[in-house]
Design a protein around this ligand. Structure first.
Ligand code: FNR
Length: 185
């Protein structure tokens, strides 16, 4: 069964490694036949609770995208041993107003790449903490902590031979989780 997946990349950088990894992931054989749509979190203003009654357009767009999705794929960089503020800001926008969260029940995949050896391990743990509170069943295993290297992807932006089978298996596991947790749309 084809699924619709919202992809959220926690970096706004033009050459983002996480964005490149996300683009490569959705081209893996296991992802074939499913629809992946990147959310625009860079247009979101800083969250302000005063705006809950009339959320900014970018927040409404994010919530519509996620609400219409069967699952959410998160790619987080690691900033100072946590997730970037832009990603937390997006999570906060989507969670409000109280009782109208777009996240609840949506199965989540968590991945990330960074320059450091721990490969976003700490950022992912912080993100998982928030996802648990938001009631998102998240794929636990396999975990993926990727230290960025120039041979991770090929020149045409596909996953290189070294990581291909592992990441393809991860994508398969994520889509199995999505199938096991049908979310209201
Ligand atoms: C970083 N970087 C970084 N890397 C890491 O492994 N652990 C960390 O805690 C941090 N902290 C950190 C803070 C800030 C403010 C910046 C800008 C960067 C380096 C980071 O891994 C690198 O910039 C990646 O390229 C970020 O991901 P994108 O933007 O390429 O997707």
């Amino acid at each position: 069964m084809p699924f619709t997946i919202a992809v959220i990349v926690g970096s706004l950088r033009a050459g983002s490694f996480n964005r490149q990894l996300a683009e490569a992931l959705i081209r893996l054989p296991a992802a074939s036949g499913h629809e992946f749509t990147f959310a625009d979190i860079g247009s979101l203003p800083l969250y302000n609770q005063d705006d809950d009654a009339d959320q900014p357009q970018a927040a409404k767009a994010l919530k519509s995208l996620v609400s219409a999705s069967d699952g959410v794929l998160f790619l987080t960089p690691e900033y100072n041993r946590s997730m970037p503020g832009v990603l937390k800001n997006a999570l906060d926008h989507g969670s409000r107003p109280y009782g109208e969260s777009c996240w609840a029940g949506k199965p989540a995949g968590v991945m990330g790449t960074s320059l450091g050896k721990p490969g976003t391990a700490m950022a992912q743990q912080h993100l998982r903490n928030v996802l648990a509170y938001l009631d998102m069943p998240a794929l636990c295993q396999p975990e993926v902590f990727v230290q960025w290297s120039d041979d991770l992807l090929t020149a045409d932006g596909t996953v290189g031979e070294g990581s291909h089978d592992f990441l393809n298996g991860w994508m398969e596991a994520f889509l199995n989780l999505v199938e096991a947790h049908p979310a209201a749309k």
